[in-house]
Write a protein that binds this ligand. Structure first.
Ligand code: CTP
Ligand code: MG
Length: 160
């Protein structure tokens, strides 16, 4: 029981900069898209209008600040950079599947940033399998919760 609790607490502490990075663009995003409105060879946008430079940078900065506050600056940088790269890769895949900006793809929307976060930070802080499984389970639930809150605060147009 104590082990389970320790895993839960450690996992949330471990991933916190990534979660903060992922939430920041909803508040601070907007402006120029990362793909500069460019299209891919399939004629669709590379990433789309919803992946903005400001959103990306705000995510990395706030996630890094969170990491510094935790006394884990390097993890903060890598987790938040991984989150923003993974989030953009998720959008890249969605555009290739022909899904419009903001359209929902279960799991891809919620787990892609998480997986890349963990991959980026892994060389600095390897995380155990139980923590990864717990985070894969927790993240979609949190994602749903924060999106509903952001929707009611009128920060987002859709509740997913
Ligand atoms: N956002 C941003 N810049 C980023 C990432 C996100 O400005 N690099 C902002 C956008 O306003 C976006 C919102 O955060 O609408 C929510 O992000 P997300 O759910 O990841 O994007 P979607 O709207 O679902 O777009 P996509 O279909 O491309 O995933
Ligand atoms: Mg979305």
């Amino acid at each position: 029981m104590r082990d389970i609790l320790a895993t839960i607490v450690y996992s949330i502490w471990y991933i916190l900069p990534s979660y903060i990075a992922n939430m920041s663009p909803v508040i601070f995003g907007g402006g120029k898209p990362i793909d500069f409105n460019k299209k891919f060879i399939d004629g669709r946008r590379i990433l789309g209008d919803h992946k903005t430079i400001r959103g990306f940078i705000s995510g990395v900065i706030l996630g890094t600040i969170a990491g510094i506050a935790q006394g884990r600056a390097l993890q903060g940088i890598l987790l938040s950079l991984g989150a923003m790269v993974g989030d953009a890769i998720g959008s890249f895949i969605k555009r290739r599947l022909g899904i419009e900006e903001g359209g929902s793809v279960p799991l891809l929307d919620q787990e892609c940033f998480l997986v890349f976060s963990i991959l980026f930070a892994y060389p600095i802080e390897s995380v155990d399998l139980y923590s990864i499984i717990f985070l894969l389970f927790l993240t979609p639930l949190l994602h749903k919760g924060t999106n509903v809150i952001a929707y009611y605060l009128k920060l987002k147009e859709v509740s997913y």
